[in-house]
Ligand binder design. Structure first.
Ligand code: PMP
Length: 405
């Protein structure tokens, strides 16, 4: 039957990170691989209490199909949260769609915007989950290199100008960016760049897809206005998620945008899964009503900050004086992007890492063209602090051994 697979199915590849997660549980393994939150940070007692209550008292809602658009109570709460935390005003219920995590929102974005010849912009390195859904529909991606303060906007503008000159500007659908603490890059787009990005998008009449799963996990520095706030809902589609602030197991994402775009996404979602689970939506809604979610994540932020600072210190200690080794210094989020000198192939090093009981994600996983081979993504959120020290030591051993060959 495999010969019956569609062209799209034939292009599907297994997600390397999901594969890595399978060996993460091996005894003695230290994983800097998956960006999964520390389970100790989930407010499980509060969630258990609410779950019981909403199953018993609200079963007519929680055990029933929900509307495709999402739980109105959750949407109200999220609108209030966006206003309070991000200064975003003027949203109505029909500007929001609740999805099965941001990943399904990215999939819906592909479905409603991309044809085979559609052009879209992504960063290099690119978030694997976005790249995998976009590229199944169209291979016409254009890269913007990641820089310390976001993405290279000169490159973006130059590419858009070239595309316009050749008469293809109508094929450009969106610019996909991660505004805060990029996955895998760790970098944040500066305010100046956010403003310029909006200007460029307006000049060429292109949508910006702002993916922001990590914005609330800020450990250092001051929050920056979202691109959505700067550009408005007619120019920017904002993707948020509960995965990093409450729990990824709830599978809850929120898309915020112009009503017409949301309406079309609703239609695509009807065909995909009818609705996001009513139970987890109401659970999150009641959680938001009863608890201050931002106060709840404060200990998480303190914990991750310690781990991030420790990993940075260990990298400095082990690689600080080695030429050609550099890494990003994120102010939040879960990831550090570690680049080794040209010639290192982190994909080849992965097997050596596995035998030394250390996991990382090879850079190639974050490229659409098999580049980024001399980089790797390191996640500091899950391993205990001792393991961070030991893990960087093992990483150095693997790197030194590989370098000898
Ligand atoms: N976007 C980015 C940039 C991510 O890092 C992730 C999670 N790894 C997602 C989207 C998807 O998150 P979820 O589906 O859990 O909301």
């Amino acid at each position: 039957m495999t010969d019956k697979f569609s062209k799209i199915a034939k292009r599907m590849k297994s997600n390397i990170i999901r594969e890595l997660l399978k060996v993460t549980g091996k005894p003695g393994m230290i994983s800097f691989g998956g960006g999964v939150p520390d389970p100790e940070t989930f407010p499980r007692h509060e969630m258990a209490e609410i779950s019981r209550e909403i199953l018993e008292n609200e079963y007519r809602y929680t055990l029933q199909y929900a509307s495709t658009e999402g739980d109105p109570i959750l949407k109200e709460e999220f609108i209030a949260l966006l206003k309070r935390e991000n200064g975003i005003e003027g949203l109505e219920l029909d500007n929001l769609l609740i999805t099965v995590g941001s990943q399904s929102a990215l999939d819906l974005v592909s479905k409603i915007f991309l044809d085979e010849d559609s052009i879209y912009f992504v960063s290099k390195p690119v978030y694997l989950g976005a790249a995998s859904t976009f590229s199944l529909r169209s291979r016409q991606y254009v890269y913007m290199n990641l820089t310390e303060d976001g993405v290279d906007l000169d490159e973006l503008e130059q590419s858009l100008e070239e595309i316009k000159t050749r008469g293809d500007i109508g094929k450009v659908k969106f610019i996909y960016v991660i505004s805060n603490f990029h996955n895998p890059g760790g970098v944040t787009i500066s305010l100046a760049k956010r403003k310029r990005l909006v200007e460029i998008a307006e000049k060429y009449d292109v949508l910006i897809v702002e993916d922001d799963p990590y914005g609330d996990l800020r450990y250092d520095g001051e929050p920056i206005d979202s691109i959505f706030k700067i550009g408005g809902k007619d120019r920017v589609l904002l993707l948020k998620t509960f995965s990093k602030i409450l729990s990824p197991g709830l599978r809850l994402g929120v898309v915020i945008g112009n009503h017409d775009v949301i309406r079309k996404m609703v239609m695509a979602k009807q065909a995909a899964d009818l609705c996001t689970p009513s139970l987890t939506q109401r659970l999150a809604a009641r959680y938001l009503q009863r608890h201050d979610i931002m106060a709840q994540i404060k200990p998480t932020i303190a914990l991750y900050k310690e781990k991030k600072d420790l990993m940075l210190a260990e990298l400095e200690k082990n690689f600080g004086d080695m030429e050609g080794f550099h890494w990003t210094r994120p102010d939040g989020g879960l990831f550090i992007w570690f680049t080794l000198p040209e010639g290192f192939n982190t994909d080849e090093m992965l097997e050596m890492g596995k035998s030394e009981n250390i996991l990382f994600v090879p850079g190639i996983a974050f490229s659409l063209d098999d580049t980024c081979k001399n980089s790797m993504r390191l996640s500091f959120c899950l391993p205990p602090k001792n393991d961070i020290v030991e893990g960087v030591r093992r990483l150095k051993k693997v790197i030194m051994e590989y370098g000898k060959e």
